[in-house]
Design a protein around this ligand. Sequence first.
Ligand SMILES: Nc1ncnc2c1ncn2[C@@H]1O[C@H](COP(=O)(O)OP(=O)(O)OP(=O)(O)O)[C@@H](O)[C@H]1O
Ligand SMILES: [Mg+2]
Length: 228
Amino acid sequence: MIQIKNITKVYKTGTTDTVVLNNVSFHVESGDYVAVMGPSGSGKSTLMHILGLLDSPTSGTYELDKKNVAAFSKYELAKLRNRKIGFVFQAFNLLPRASALKNVMLPMLYGGVEEKERQKQAAALLTRIGLENRLLNTSNELSGGEMQRVAIARALAMNPDILLADEPTGNISTQQGKEIMEIFNTLNGQGHTIIIITHDALIAHYAKRIIKLQDGKIIYDGKRRGIL
Ligand SMILES: Nc1ncnc2c1ncn2[C@@H]1O[C@H](COP(=O)(O)OP(=O)(O)OP(=O)(O)O)[C@@H](O)[C@H]1O
Ligand SMILES: [Mg+2]
């Protein structure tokens, strides 16, 4: 499903070049569940942005469903992102004054789903994730764990094949983190491909496969059992 080959990302600041990803290659099959680990600054978020079509590599190729994404226009990329990929971030990135329902409806608005249907599907997603009593609460009225569940419901709004999560448990309690990871496990069981960034070995334990980055290079890629 995802195939990246010799991806390099270089940031230029002034006259210095910083190589953030250095010749990274791997593929991810449909239904996989990957935890990307590595120290701060090792390039995890940069990799995630590239996989999520939010950024492009300096060199190397990225094929999504056997299509080279470099060939897509900005418009096509946005459309693909909307349909194919759901994002979950450490800081939730919800609209603070909008209700949980409105937050989850938003990707469907961009996806061209009509209003009644958006509302119905958003309510169903929030119910599926245990927030049926919080539909009309604004996100600043919710706990961290609840906000992250709203963010997951929003990520699922267009029923994407792939879920990308960058430190989704970084801003919530250990218990809330476990609940979030149980949700990801269930979603993986339902066929969603999951790639999650984490520093935390306990969180990575939920994944099937671990990719370890260090200084922009992959230093381990294999079964979780082989390393944790
Ligand atoms: N836009 C940018 N311009 C220049 N350097 C950048 C830019 N974005 C990231 N970097 C640098 O690239 C390196 C990797 O950043 P990245 O955010 O991918 O790390 P990370 O592994 O996600 O770290 P963390 O665990 O702290 O989130 C860092 O040294 C960072 O300072
Ligand atoms: Mg990061």
